[in-house]
Every structure is written in structure tokens, then in C-alpha cells.
Design a protein around this ligand. Sequence first.
Ligand SMILES: [Ca+2]
Length: 479
Amino acid sequence: MSRSLFLVLCSLLAVLSFPVSAAEGKKPNVLFIAIDDLNHWVGHLGRNAQTRTPNIDRLAAEGLSFTSAYCTAPACNPSRASLMSGQRPSTTGCYTNAQNWRPGITEDKLMNSHFFRNGYRVYGAGKIYHGAGDRGGDWTDYFDGKGGNLQIHPSAKNDGVGGIKFYPLASTNEEMPDHGVVDWCIERMNEGGEQPYFIACGLVKPHMPFSVPKEWFDQFPLESIELPPHREDDLDDIPRAGVKMAGPDGDHAAILKAGRWKEAVQAYLATIAYCDYEIGRLLDALDASPKKDNTLVCLWSDHGWSLGEKSHWRKFALWEEPTRTVHIWKVPGLTPFGKRCDWPVDYLNIYPTLCSLTGLPRPGHVEGFDMTPILGDPAADWDQPAMTTHGRGNHSVRFGDWRYIRYADGGEELYDHASDPLEYTNLAGDPKLAETMADLASHLPKNEAKDLPGGNGNGKAGGEGKGKGKGKNKKKGEE
Ligand SMILES: [Ca+2]
């Protein structure tokens, strides 16, 4: 055999044996894409027929997309602190945006610290943790991606309705903060060197304000916009604590009064389309990279978003819209092309799965489950529930066809996704389903960590302030 043929065969074997090669010291690179406030409105999930996400759909076509992926907390700060530490909010006490997670989570426990201490070049950009400039743990380098002054387009009526902010920009794509974040990540991706990389690229769109260059709004003419499916009486069968989370007298009443529901939907779709464009630039760069075949991609968004379903807006609740997200893995040599996995999963599984795929030791504090078997075969057995917590004592369990919600005051909801995917009919009062509810409830956390300082964790208040924790500011200063 000629030497060159031998080398070709060797390199072919190395590619084919990935991710097994991780155990042999040739660790894969990790491209970790974090999106902010993107719910399940991506093309390939089919929940919203008008959304345009060709690049996210392309990644799904090249890998495995979870159709029932859920955040562990429906707010930026607790969701990200949980995902990056591998611990539930009920373990750490970080339940709200107003809390600093640090008293509850030591920085050596963070995923980026773990990769850094195990030989990776760990790069972060944009929003990985909550809050501008918050970059917990160890990083090789970090780019905060602060943008310049963005200009509102003259055609904008104003900046939105109350706390729901939406308007087109006169600025260009290149002036958007996410653009700089993606540019910086592409530069890191193209650096030489043998040391594997972990690039955490944190985009801040489609988070509010739903404001992107006007060209993106123009792709979604207002007269074509359809409202998301909803029922005006949907809250009638929901317990008091759930109605309080929905807050129908707040954002939704204001949007209805202003008559601008469709404009808000248009703006969210425009902002999603812009976000997808930036992700496309990142994926194009990876495709052109010589490290493409030894780089795994993990894409997630920190939680979902409601746009008027259950008379609710934003995240901060336990139903399908605020908790369900887009979650895609592309692992060369492991994930099948273009497959879907319908098992409910939550983001606690990301940390242990990344450890497994890269051959890193799994730290003892990490909760959650290694998803490697279902990444390779989405039909393989999986018997773990997905769980979401919003404020101390309020939880949602997704398991099989069911969603079970229990609030801190004992209020309950039960939905059968096989017959009611939009969660219109609360079955919690049906005595025939008492055993089902008890089974689902058995998965709830046995301990509820006390709230960390800085914010009321009962789900009623302090969820959105920037460290102020004042209940009266509930809908202000969202981040
Ligand atoms: Ca209902």
C-alpha cells in the first residue's frame, strides 16, 4: 500500500470513528449556539407556517432536531444558569432574572470552566449568561458584542405597546450587535492550532425589542400576518396561580386595546428571520472550515415565548409556548441526517451529553441525562421526563403525551398532547386521571432550594428586573 493511500485510509478511519476518537485524545471541537427568546417558530417544526428559518432548518436537515425540547426555567437568567451549571433551579435556588446565580453556583462548576480546565480553548461571545458583560467561570477569551447606536426607521409608528417593544430599524445588518458576535466567532473558528475549541456564540435576537433592519419586516407584509391559534376562554379552566402568571390584564389587554397584535407577530417573525440569517453565516463558515468534520454543533434557545396564547405574552409561564424551544444537534458520525426526536427532553441534559461526546469526565454535581443514545438513534428508549420550573414550587412536567403543572399553592393543570397539543383543556379535575397525575407528580423535585438573594422566586414578582427584585417592576427592564 502506498504511503499516501495509507494516510487517506487513516484519516477516513479517524472521521468514521468520531466521536469514539474523543476517547483516543482527538477531541472534537464544539460550536455551541445560544439563541435568545426563540420559541418553536422555526420552519421544520411546523408550529408557525409563516416563519422563515432556512438556515436553522438546514442544520436540522443535517442533524437531529428535538420536537419536544424544553427549558428548565422560562426566563433568561435561571435557564442559562441551569443549563451552564447542569443543575435545576430547585437545586441552586436561582429561579428568576433578578437573582445573581453566584451564591448558588460556584464558577468551577460551569460548563465553560470544565472545558477550559480540560484542554479546550473556550471562547464566548454575546449572551451566554444573563446580563450584559456577565461571563461566569473560565474563558480563553470573550467578546461582549456591544453594538453602536441603532436607528429606528422613520416608518415605525412608535416603539411598541407598553413593555412589548417592536419597530423596524433604519440600521444595516452589519450594524447589529449579533453580526459582530458572529464575525468574531468565525475568526476564532478559523484560527489554527491543535487544541480543540469550544465556541459559545450567544445571539441576542430575537429577544425584544423586536427590532431589526426594515428589510426583514418587508418580508412579512402586515396584511398577510396570521395570529397564533388561541381561544379567548382558554384561562377559564386554569387555577388562580396560572391565571396570575398569564397576566391577561397586562400585556394582552394593552395589545388588544392598541389593535397591534398582528404588528407584534410580524416583528417577531422579522426578528427571527434576521437571527436565522446570522446563524446561516456561522454555519456557512463551519462548512468552509477544514475542521468541519471534527466539530459538533449544539443549538438551543433559552426558552420559548407566548404571543397572546392564553392571553399571555413573553416567557415566565409553564405552558407549551413559553417553555418549548428549538434544539438541534449535529454530531458528525453520530446523528442521522434530518431526523426528528420526539422524546421530551430538557436542557439539563446538554452538559452531560457534551461531556460524553467529547470524552470529558462528567462532574459529580451535574444532574440530567446523557442523550448520546437518542442522538444516534432517536427511536431508542428514553424514559426521562422534561421539567420546567418558574419560581420556587411551580413546576411543569412533560412526559409521554402529558403535560402536568403544579403550582406552589397546589393548583394543577393536566393536558393530553395526543389530543390537545395547544393545551386548551385542563384535565386536572378528571378523577379517572388521578393516577396519571400522581405518576407525573412523582417526578417533581423532592427539595426546593431557598431563593437566592435578589429576587422573589415565587413566580409572582421580581422575575424581570435587572437585579432590583421589585415586584412592581414586573414587566419592566426585561432582559
Ligand atoms: Ca384552557
